[in-house]
Design a protein around this ligand. Structure first.
Ligand code: NAD
Length: 264
């Protein structure tokens, strides 16, 4: 156990009851990190998830149901991490939602929710975990941005604005910690087949009157030259690298893993 790279460390992955967050939580647990899960879902399934992760990787796994739109709940979650594990060493700001509509038809409450979850929550978690990381002179903050942090798509104004903002936060925080053992970076995935993207596949299938498989291919053909989805496991491996000693001079990057999306 002791030879694993993250043994004795604690990772908080927001939005880790599903998709990419769960993939990253699994990869960090496989490296020996204790994990604090967060996100919505069926409470029995979440309990099962906790038990399965703990058993598979021999680490401690806890869960907090903080709603990432609510600063007081975020603070309660960070305090919970302190009580349970002594604090957070690896913070992965992953919780995120999507809504697709042109800006003149964009529901105001959807705009507010996307900015709160996809951008502002990372400000709150970061400001709350940094004092302890500074005291330890070690920490890793990984912000799950998107190719939409680097380029735009029509219909995704709130998401694109939030993800561009998240890259700005990443760079500023990386500079503020540049002389310390804390690094702050962002990962920019292309399409990953999670519930967030499955909804876009379903909408495309309904709109164009095509099958689920055809809609997946069409979505990828629009944006992702590889024609293949990125996987949560691949993103988990990148997160593990960013947590490693070898990555200690990787600071303030927006690392795309996107099947060639932004190379076009
Ligand atoms: P997902 O829908 O599978 O998972 C989202 C997670 O966030 C879930 O655990 C959900 O419960 C949680 N969540 C949602 N609202 C929350 C709230 N208010 N408070 C706490 N938790 C909340 O989505 P995903 O595709 O795994 O997305 C994860 C992150 O990756 C997001 O930030 C997303 O923008 C980003 N991303 C996804 C893709 C993709 O193609 N799927 C691509 C680029 C970036």
């Amino acid at each position: 156990m002791a030879n694993k790279t993250l043994s004795g460390k604690t990772a908080l992955v927001t939005g880790s009851t599903s998709g990419i967050g769960l993939g990253i939580a699994r990869s960090l647990a496989a490296e020996g990190a204790n994990v604090l899960l967060n996100g919505f879902g069926d409470s029995q399934q979440i309990e099962q998830l906790q038990a399965d992760l703990a058993k598979e990787f021999g680490v401690q796994v806890a869960y907090h149901n903080a709603d990432m739109t609510k600063p007081a709940e975020i603070e309660a979650m960070i305090n919970f991490a302190g009580d349970k594990f002594g604090g957070v060493d690896v913070l992965v700001n992953n919780a995120g939602i999507q809504y697709v509509a042109n800006v003149d038809e964009f529901p105001v409450e959807k705009w507010d929710a996307i900015i709160a979850i996809n951008l502002t929550s990372a400000f709150h978690t970061s400001r709350l975990v940094l004092p302890r990381m500074r005291k330890n002179n070690w920490g890793r903050i990984i912000n799950l941005a998107s190719t939409h942090g680097l380029v735009a798509s029509a219909g995704k104004s709130a998401y694109v604005a939030a993800k561009h903002g998240l890259l700005g936060l990443t760079k500023a925080n990386a500079l503020e910690t540049a002389t310390t053992g804390i690094t702050v970076n962002a990962i920019c995935p292309g399409f990953v087949l999670t519930p967030l993207v499955q909804k876009q596949v379903d909408d495309r299938a309904a709109k164009d009157g095509i099958s689920n498989e055809q809609a997946k291919k069409a979505l990828l053909a629009d944006k992702q030259p590889s024609g293949e989805f990125v996987t949560p496991e691949e993103l988990g491996a990148l997160a593990v690298f960013l947590c490693s000693d070898a990555a200690k001079q990787v600071r303030g990057v927006a690392w795309n893993m996107d099947g060639g999306w932004v190379a076009q």
